[in-house]
Design a protein. Structure first.
Length: 207
């Protein structure tokens, strides 16, 4: 579950991941901009750069978007299927595993779910990767979020307090502290909250 994050200075990165929710900008914003007092720009995780080079079609820019209700239903089905078909195996490499059964860690789960949803026509701009610190495991953990008209949903490879691995962002485990996340529609642009947040309740998200 580990991958190395590129540090702000060239010095060295070094968080290892167990397996990314939080604020974004308005759907009409042409360029991602951090909101003062809420978030700041940050470097993408180091593993993302390598992934983007190997899978350019998986990281295309697109307008910030919303998924349709049918997409949310598909996301729940895909989340269950990927969680069932991938057996956890620690890796530093960011990769997708579209053929079941497969092996991988939380990055593989999140990226494979995103790949499958893209294949079903969900817009790039309606999904983003989020990295949280999972306090129970003392490690970083990656999630996928999908944005619908009625809010943001989390596709997780671990269950929340109610035992669900697909849940609204408001039900994100209190043991998760959001560390960084992609801008909607701009996968190369990453933000970090100015304060570590246990969960994203959606109240400060501009749609």
């Amino acid at each position: 579950m580990a991958f190395v994050f590129r540090a702000a200075s060239a010095a060295a990165a070094g968080f290892f991941v167990l397996c990314l929710s939080a604020q974004s900008e308005a759907a009409t914003t042409l360029q991602p901009r951090a909101r003062p007092g809420v978030e700041h720009d940050t470097d993408p995780p180091g593993g993302f750069i390598n992934f983007e080079m190997r899978y350019p079609s998986e990281s295309r820019d697109g307008a910030p978007a919303f998924s349709q209700p049918a997409d949310i239903a598909s996301a729940r089905t895909i989340n269950d299927a990927v969680n069932r078909n991938i057996t956890w195996h620690e890796t530093r490499l960011w990769t997708i595993a579209p053929d079941a059964p497969s092996y991988g860690d939380c990055k593989t789960y999140a990226l494979t779910k995103r790949h499958d949803l893209l294949a079903q026509g969900v817009p790039h701009g309606a999904m983003r990767l989020v990295v949280v610190y999972a306090m129970h495991y003392h490690q970083l953990h990656m999630l996928l979020e999908i944005r619908g008209q009625d809010g943001v949903y989390v596709l997780d490879s671990l269950p929340n307090e109610t035992g669900d691995a697909f849940y609204r962002a408001t039900a994100m485990p209190a043991s998760y502290a959001v560390r960084e996340y992609q801008a909607w529609g701009r996968p190369e642009h990453w933000f970090a909250p100015n304060m570590l947040t246990a969960q994203s309740d959606g109240s400060d998200i501009s749609y």
